[in-house]
Design a protein around this ligand. Structure first.
Ligand code: AMP
Length: 464
């Protein structure tokens, strides 16, 4: 099947050809003809399946006729996060390269109302919005949704996780009853099913599994760690330093505050790292993402919400600093690597019995067992990552100081005497800009003992 059989316009086909895509992905092949036939579509698809183009390409075709009026957008796309909204805008720019007269506006929080208002005033063909800011504009009387012919609700299950469903329901009641609705979700929890039954009209259901490439080309491991934050951070540093073929990595935490803590800790340890979480203002989030995309930083610590659906090609490693609470999030997280047939590695830190339970749920979902690294290395007698009860100083070479980036990385599984460190497999440090020494922080504020002089870390033999 080629794109030319889907009913897309010549302008759209030319833009698709210019991007280099040869064949439509399954979601594109199945959804596009129905969208063009003005049917409601319920798309059950994850990110990485090509679902953005599945709605952007037919929308561009349909918008070639008609004109926008001031304050009355013709189409509306709802996204759960600002980053996803910005990414969809980029898709319109890429695929709409031959649609010069098309007005696309982004209405997201964290940026000035006035600029957005000016754009709405000029008339908008495609409005891409996060729900809260959209409703703010509507309540101020700056935006009328009564002209919306097509509504896209993207990443609906993520909207549910973020508490946006009441906003979505309000917005669905503000757009005309006769509009066409395209609804995308990765999973169908009961609340999402209820929304689809209420707001979709006789939809065509299109379901695609996650791209096989991610699973086939991503090597997955578990790594044991002690449970407290400092031990987990220590484990993570070892994993990063010993990584093979490390180009760049995303490190996922379950909570925003842990993203910030881990980011600070990695910076202190000399890593080249940025953070991405929902409490950062928009310009900081955009800047962090851009730095990571351009390989100006090697590591990105992120929360699920902030990282959901981000299209960052060619990430070599994923680290789950926390086991995700929802098994679906695991699939989303590891979907950031192993893209387009490239090799990737995903390592999940497992600390304690609750984590083990969460891993069991993930294994059930993905239908495969994820091996522990120690078993893989054939050193099950000596786990690669030191167990929780092991004294921390045993894992640290005595000369270890604050500026670890100046040292050679070590293999965590075999701890050689300090003089005989093995040649590093991958030196992430090499890729990092050297940092100036950091100011000394007050002791123990991240529970880490790396600021202590070596003699304080040596085991003390007590005489009876
Ligand atoms: P999405 O699921 O929309 O986030 O898309 C995931 C990635 O697939 C993006 O990098 C797209 O540029 C890419 N993509 C979308 N459609 C195609 C296609 N037909 N052929 C190859 N790559 C595609």
């Amino acid at each position: 099947m080629s794109f030319s059989h889907l009913g897309l316009s010549e302008k759209v086909l030319a833009a698709v050809a210019a991007t280099g895509y040869k064949t439509p992905t399954p979601i594109q092949e199945q959804a596009i003809p129905h969208v063009l036939a003005r049917r409601d579509v319920l798309g059950i698809a994850q990110t990485g399946t090509g679902k953005t183009a599945a709605f952007v390409l037919p929308m561009l075709t349909m918008l070639e006729t008609g004109r926008a009026r001031a304050r009355m957008p013709r189409t509306l796309i709802l996204e759960p996060t600002r980053e996803l909204a910005a990414q969809v805008e980029e898709s319109f720019i890429k695929y709409g390269a031959n649609h010069n007269k098309l007005n696309v506006a982004l209405i997201i929080g964290g940026v000035s109302f006035d600029d957005q208002d000016a754009k709405l005033m000029r008339g908008v063909d495609v409005l891409i919005a996060t729900p809260g800011r959209l409703l703010d504009h509507n309540e101020r009387g700056r935006l009328l949704l009564s002209g919306v012919e097509l509504l896209v609700i993207d990443e609906a299950d993520r909207m549910l996780d973020m508490g946006f469903i009441p906003d979505i329901e309000r917005i669905c009641k503000l757009v005309p009853f006769t509009r066409q609705t395209l609804f995308f979700t990765a999973t169908m929890p009961p609340e999402i099913r209820r929304i689809t039954e209420q707001f979709l009209s006789n939809p065509v259901r299109v379901e695609v599994s996650r791209p096989a490439t991610t699973v086939a080309t991503t090597t997955q491991f578990l790594a044991r760690s002690g449970r407290d934050g400092a031990e987990k951070r220590d484990t993570l540093r070892r994993l990063i330093r010993s990584a093979e073929g490390m180009k760049n990595a995303i490190i996922f935490c379950n909570r925003k505050r842990d993203v910030a803590t881990l980011h600070r800790s990695l910076l202190r340890h000399g890593f080249s790292v940025q953070a991405l979480h929902g409490d950062m203002d928009q310009s900081a989030r955009t800047a962090a993402l851009e730095q990571f995309r351009k390989n100006e930083v090697t590591l990105l610590v992120a929360s699920d919400v902030a990282a959901r659906g981000l299209d960052i090609p060619d990430v070599s490693h994923i680290y789950n600093f926390d086991v995700p609470i929802h098994p679906d999030d695991y699939v989303h997280r590891i979907g950031r690597t192993g893209r387009a047939g490239r090799a990737g590695t995903a390592i999940t830190i497992v600390a304690g019995s609750n984590d083990a339970k969460a891993v069991a749920a993930i294994e059930k979902l993905i239908g495969q067992t994820i091996p522990f690294m120690d078993k893989i290395a054939g050193t099950s007698a000596e786990p690669q990552i030191e167990p929780r009860h092991e004294p921390r100083q045993a894992a640290r070479p005595p000369h270890r100081g604050r500026h670890e980036h100046q040292r050679r990385p070590q293999q965590p599984e075999r701890r050689p005497p300090p003089q005989q460190q093995p040649a590093p497999v991958a030196r992430i440090e090499d890729a990092r800009p050297r940092r100036a020494p950091q100011p000394v922080r007050k002791p123990m504020d991240d529970g880490d003992a790396s600021h202590l002089p070596a003699f304080l870390l040596r085991p003390v033999t007590l005489k009876a």
